[in-house]
Design a protein around this ligand. Structure first.
Ligand SMILES: [Zn+2]
Ligand SMILES: [Zn+2]
Length: 141
C-alpha cells in the first residue's frame, strides 16, 4: 500500500509504502496542545516505510512514562507531521491530517481518554483506553 501527503504550505512531503499497524485518536494533553484543543489522529507505521522530503523541525519532551517523545512539524507552516517514542524507535505516528484525501484510514481506537475535556464526544464505536494502550503488534519485516 502507498500513501502520500503534505503539510499545509507544501514544503514538506511524505510518502509511505506499507500498511498502518493501528489508527488511533489521542486525547492526551500534549496532543490537545498541538491539535488546537481536540485529539490528534494518527496512523502508526513502521519508521522504515516512511520517507519525508523537505525541511522539518522537531521538539522532544519526556512523557509521564519516562519515554522521550519527539514531535516533528513543518517549520514554515507548523503542520504536525508525525510523532515517535524512544520506547518504539521502529514506529512513527503519522498525523492523519497530512495524508492526501481519499486515504481511507479512520481511527478504531481512542487513547488517553482520561485527559479528554468534559465536552469531548467520544465515538462509542472506538475501542477506548483511559491512558496508554498496549503497543500495536510488532511490525513484520
Ligand atoms: Zn508547511
Ligand atoms: Zn497524545
Amino acid at each position: 500500500m502507498e500513501y502520500s501527503g503534505r503539510c499545509a504550505c507544501g514544503a514538506v512531503e511524505i510518502r509511505i509504502l506499507g500498511k498502518p499497524l493501528a489508527v488511533r485518536q489521542c486525547w492526551c494533553r500534549h496532543c490537545q496542545q498541538i491539535a488546537a484543543g481536540g485529539p490528534t489522529h494518527n496512523a502508526v507505521f513502521r519508521a522504515a516505510d516512511i520517507g519525508i522530503e523537505g525541511p522539518t523541525a522537531s521538539h522532544d519532551y519526556v512523557a509521564d512514562s519516562g519515554n522521550i517523545l519527539t514531535r516533528t512539524h513543518c517549520p514554515a507552516c507548523g503542520t504536525p507531521i508525525l510523532g515517535g517514542s524512544s520506547a518504539r524507535p521502529d514506529m512513527r505516528a503519522v498525523r492523519l491530517g497530512v495524508l492526501d484525501e481519499a486515504h481511507g484510514l479512520r481511527p478504531t481506537i481512542a487513547i488517553w481518554t482520561s485527559e479528554a475535556p468534559p465536552w469531548a464526544l467520544l465515538d462509542p464505536a472506538l475501542e477506548q483506553y483511559p491512558q496508554q494502550p498496549p503497543a500495536p503488534p510488532a511490525p513484520q519485516s
